[in-house]
Write a protein that binds this ligand. Structure first.
Ligand SMILES: Cc1cc2nc3c(=O)[nH]c(=O)nc-3n(C[C@H](O)[C@H](O)[C@H](O)COP(=O)(O)OP(=O)(O)OC[C@H]3O[C@@H](n4cnc5c(N)ncnc54)[C@H](O)[C@@H]3O)c2cc1C
Length: 419
């Protein structure tokens, strides 16, 4: 999130200062948004950035954690490794609250790696998995930073405190769209790793003798010529098909095993290609954003949120199925799937909880459907107004705007209504 945020939200001069050092790993950054008491509800965060035109030469920000609840909690790498971050904090200018905005924020000394004055950092401790990542916590006590540390591609704050938007302010959270896309593609890859281990294991693991039907075992001794010919043919067949020295069957040959593994195999491919297609749509939309056209912003939010919510949940379920398909050995860390599964689990939570994202997608789809239905049609408007619940509206795919990504999102979301 650190580098994509600099790419998407920093202006050219800011990118020249921070992006290249970040790409060279000369500085190590993270993304500090979540607070102890506010994760999904980003707009509810409490960390403040008060503008003061008298700070530094060009004005500056006074950053503060106002309460224990506002301590930044979870940022990956903040516990020990990072020396800077994108800090999300509420911009307050002359008493007016403009909501959360991204800042470049140094947290440790570039040379000694010691925490800077006014900044307390800690590792939040051991987790179920994903322990290679030192997720951290940060409390900030009255720290001042220059005005130009606010990322200013889509929002500009002048020295006198004038606040100006450039483009759509939803772009402030646009980086999450990209990260969700990456998580969706990664989910397919994680599942593919688990499926690979499980298929290979099932091919070498043998349990039980396969039941073989012995033809002609209970036929009568009185045979006519044709029947004798048939028996002779059967003897020949026995000579041709010698019994295997291994008497037990590969577990992969059991249809019950295939019933569990093969859908996961297909799903891994489906998720991979869905991710690739979504990335093409995203890149096309990005060109529009660069040309200051933001029509596709909502669509991208819907597409990436749907994919992220669905694929991370399917991935986790699928990986667990794979683990079980390896029997007792699947429970060993050495089998690989268990640790990978535990580390992949939080993907359903970070960068947008899967339930919260699904609800947002549902709301957007209903908005799209109702605005299409209401377009100039008073009868539809009356019908919608008289509806007491959303279940009385019968939306169909044809109600949606003609955008390629809406249809799958619609199908995924409405299928959960049907259940
Ligand atoms: C491993 C890991 C790494 C992380 N890395 C980072 C990081 O680098 N930087 C960072 O800033 N954050 C990070 N996070 C934090 C992460 O983004 C948040 O945990 C996530 O946004 C969910 O917020 P929350 O924990 O406050 O959960 P909550 O929002 O409190 O959710 C708790 C429950 O309430 C439900 N819920 C919440 N709101 C609604 C609603 N409106 N309707 C229905 N149900 C609702 C949720 O579905 C969930 O079941 C990380 C988290 C994890 C687990």
């Amino acid at each position: 999130m650190f580098v994509p945020t600099l790419m998407n939200l920093a202006d050219e001069e800011q990118q020249a200062r921070w992006l290249q050092p970040a790409l060279n790993y000369d500085i190590l950054g993270t993304y500090a948004q979540t607070e102890l008491t506010h994760g999904s509800n980003v707009r509810g965060m409490h960390t403040t950035a008060m503008y003061d035109p008298d700070l530094f030469e060009e004005g500056g920000w006074h950053i503060h954690t106002p309460s224990l609840e506002a301590v930044k909690w979870w940022p990956g790498g903040l516990g020990k490794s990072c020396n800077c971050c994108i800090l999300m904090a509420r911009v307050i200018i002359k008493g007016k609250d403009y909501g959360p905005h991204p800042f470049f924020f140094q947290v440790r000394d570039w040379e000694t790696h010691a925490s800077l004055p006014g900044i307390e950092l800690r590792d939040i401790g051991s987790k179920l998995g994903y322990n290679g990542m030192d997720n951290g916590a940060m409390r900030i006590t009255h720290v001042n930073i220059p005005r130009r540390n606010l990322l200013m591609k889509f929002v500009i704050v002048e020295k006198d405190g004038t606040y100006r938007k450039v483009g759509d302010d939803k772009m402030l959270f646009g980086t999450m769209t990209y990260t969700r896309l990456k998580i969706s593609s990664g989910a397919g890859f994680n599942l593919a790793k688990a499926v690979t281990s499980t298929v290979r294991y099932s091919a070498v693991r043998r349990q039980f003798q396969m039941q073989r039907v012995v033809l002609g075992a209970d036929i009568d001794n009185h045979l006519d010529d044709d029947e004798k010919d048939a028996l002779a043919a059967q003897d020949q067949l026995k000579n041709l098909v010698k019994p295997s020295k291994r008497t037990e069957a590969q577990v992969l040959d059991y249809s019950s095993q295939q019933f569990i593994i093969f859908p996961q195999l297909a799903l891994a491919f489906a998720m991979h290609f869905a991710g690739q297609e979504a990335e093409k749509l995203y890149n096309a939309a990005l060109l529009e954003f660069k040309a200051s056209k933001f029509d596709a912003l909502t669509e991208m939010h819907v597409l990436t949120s749907t994919l992220k919510a669905v694929s991370t949940v399917l991935m986790a379920d699928g990986m667990e199925q794979c683990r079980k398909c390896m029997g007792g050995h699947g429970f060993l860390n050495a089998a690989g799937v268990g640790p990978q599964y535990l580390s992949a689990l939080p993907q359903a939570t970070y960068e947008g909880d899967f339930v919260v994202l699904s609800i947002q997608v549902g709301q957007q789809l209903l908005n799209a459907v109702s605005s299409k239905m209401m377009k100039g049609k008073t009868s539809n408007r009356r019908r919608l107004r008289s509806s007491t619940s959303t279940s009385t509206i019968r939306p169909s795919v044809s109600c949606l705007p003609r955008r390629p990504s809406w249809t799958p999102c619609f199908r995924i979301t409405t299928s959960s209504w049907r259940r």
